[in-house]
Design a protein around this ligand. Structure first.
Ligand SMILES: Nc1ncnc2c1ncn2[C@@H]1O[C@H](COP(=O)(O)OP(=O)(O)OP(=O)(O)O)[C@@H](O)[C@H]1O
Ligand SMILES: [Mg+2]
Length: 505
């Protein structure tokens, strides 16, 4: 049922009290009415007996005289006696009298009862509940005068008592009692409710509010409760539980924070590791990058030697070639600087230009890609596509993707390898697509390539952390998204970054 206990309990107490009261009143009323009827009958009997003996006595000396009977019955008539009839033994009416108000409603005698009373010489009384009358039949000795002769006769006196007034009083006293009991019950229910409110419901309410807070995740709750009753124990247990939960939550938060920190540290370490791993590969790239300038330097030196042998080495030729050599050496030095910069750990996020990073990366890689006959096509839209994050980490992502394409093209022996790098600004996003023509990734494994240590390469050739790292850098560190799909005759990696809206833009 939907009724709250705080209403249901007093209501049920009240209804139970009311029911008991009604039953008790009903029983009491019946008992009272029965007692009253009995008393009325007794009273009527006394009056009847008294009257019959007086009438008998009177008629003995003077015969039955109307005036005499009237004077005998009149004191009773004022009280409850309503009607008096006297009949002789042949049931001829000798006398009748009733209260003026009831004259028209005179009660006639019951012949059968009258005959029985005459026969048995025993009075008969009954209480008529519906009309609230006591009707009595009494045998009476009469001396009836006929002319000058008195002769004896046994008659019947019929008396009717109106007891409705007396009944009314009884009814009133029952009602009064009912009202008294009722007010006792109401007072009881009221004090019971008050008691229940302060002892139980007020505290239950506080407990309920606290549990609600708890369910909303607010563990910092405490319910006040004094005393040593059962509810106090429940509340104390609840408070303990809340404290435990709060402690538990705090410990958990600490643990989670710790775990997150650890994870961040591990991620950093992984990034560093993977960067170091590609360092070896990059040194190979530098070798490629330097091959052409080294050749050029060698040629210059040979040229100078030749001029010198022929005695044609003028100051002018010398200076021209030294300038050229210095230029070449500077370029080679820049490659080294780029390489060193790339492996420097970064402390702060910054806003960088996508085009710039891609060109920096390509300046380190283009020689080795050219050697493998792989064409890298770069199209990055103007105005500037700017991204916010760690620049070198992002460069690492591009290197990972380019190296994967290079590996795939190499593995599949694609004669004319092509990699395209397309950057665009699109509805508040910077989008970067890197795709190749190395045949793509089988659909059944494409879901797994971002998993850590997932690789299809032979042992020693791949660790399987390249794409895992890249995803972590893009999604966790730079708030971007990276996805892979097969498109055309290869794979397309699609990256998006929210356009930087900070104070630098
Ligand atoms: N461009 C691509 N074409 C075809 N397959 C690719 C391409 N890029 C990635 N894959 C597949 O995804 C796998 C996972 O790549 P990921 O870079 O994570 O690891 P790896 O290259 O195998 O090893 P690592 O990069 O750690 O040296 C690769 O082994 C390869 O099967
Ligand atoms: Mg890889």
């Amino acid at each position: 049922m939907g009724i709250p206990l705080k209403y249901l309990l007093p209501l049920s107490v009240f209804l139970t009290g009311l029911l008991i009261l009604l039953i008790e009143s009903y029983v009491q009323k019946n008992i009272a009415y029965e007692e009253m009827a009995e008393e009325n009958i007794q009273q009527a009997k006394i009056v009847g007996n008294r009257l019959t003996s007086r009438i008998a006595l009177e008629s003995k000396s003077n015969g039955i005289v109307r005036e005499k009977i009237v004077s005998l019955i009149s004191p009773y008539m004022a009280d409850t006696l309503d009607q008096v009839d006297v009949y002789d033994e042949d049931l001829n009416q000798l006398f009748t009298r009733s209260l003026s108000a009831h004259k028209n409603h005179k009660m006639s005698i019951n012949l059968e009862t009258s005959k029985k009373v005459l026969q048995e010489q025993f009075s008969h009384l009954r209480y008529d509940k519906s009309s609230q009358h006591v009707i009595g039949y009494f045998p009476v000795d009469l001396q009836i005068k006929k002319g000058e002769v008195n002769y004896r006769n046994t008659g019947v006196m019929h008396l009717v008592f109106d007891v409705s007034k007396a009944n009314e009083e009884t009814g009133r006293s029952i009602l009064n009692r009912f009202l008294l009991n009722m007010s006792i019950i109401v007072t009881m229910v009221f004090s019971f409710s008050l008691l229940m409110y302060f002892l139980v419901f007020k505290r239950l309410n506080a407990l309920h509010k606290a549990t609600q807070k708890l369910s909303e995740g607010n563990f910092d709750v405490y319910v006040e409760s004094k005393g040593s009753d059962e509810l106090t124990h429940v509340i104390a247990t609840f408070n303990n539980m809340a404290t435990e939960m709060l402690n538990y939550k705090e410990t958990m938060e600490e643990k989670v924070e710790h775990a997150l920190k650890e994870r961040t540290e591990q991620t950093k370490l992984l990034i560093q590791q993977s960067r170091l791993a590609s360092m070896g590969e990059m040194i190979g790239n530098i070798a490629h990058q330097w091959r052409q300038p080294l050749n050029a330097l060698a040629l210059l030196v040979q040229k100078l030697q030749l001029f010198s042998q022929r005695g044609k080495l003028t100051q002018e030729i010398m200076e021209e070639n030294v300038t050229k050599a210095i230029q070449i050496i500077e370029n080679m030095s820049t490659t080294i600087d780029d390489f060193r910069d790339f492996f420097k750990p970064e402390k702060q996020k910054e806003l960088f230009d996508l085009k710039e990073v891609v060109h920096d990366v390509m300046s380190l890689l283009d020689a080795s890609f050219a050697e493998k006959n792989i064409k890298v096509d770069i199209r990055i839209e103007q105005p500037k596509c700017e991204i916010y994050g760690f620049k070198n980490e992002f460069a690492q992502v591009i290197i990972n993707l380019l190296n994967n394409s290079k590996d795939a093209l190499n593995e599949k022996n694609v004669k004319e390898g092509k990699i395209s790098i397309v950057g665009k600004l699109h509805k508040g996003y910077v989008a970067l697509d890197i795709s190749d023509n190395a045949g793509g990734i089988p659909e059944e494994i494409i879901e797994r390539i971002f998993e850590p240590y997932y690789t299809t390469k032979e042992e020693g050739k791949g660790t399987g952390i390249g794409l895992y790292m890249s995803k972590m850098i893009v999604e966790d560190n730079m708030n971007g998204r990276i996805q892979a799909r097969n498109a055309g005759d290869g794979v397309a990696f699609h990256m998006t970054f929210k356009k930087f809206e900070g104070k630098n833009t």
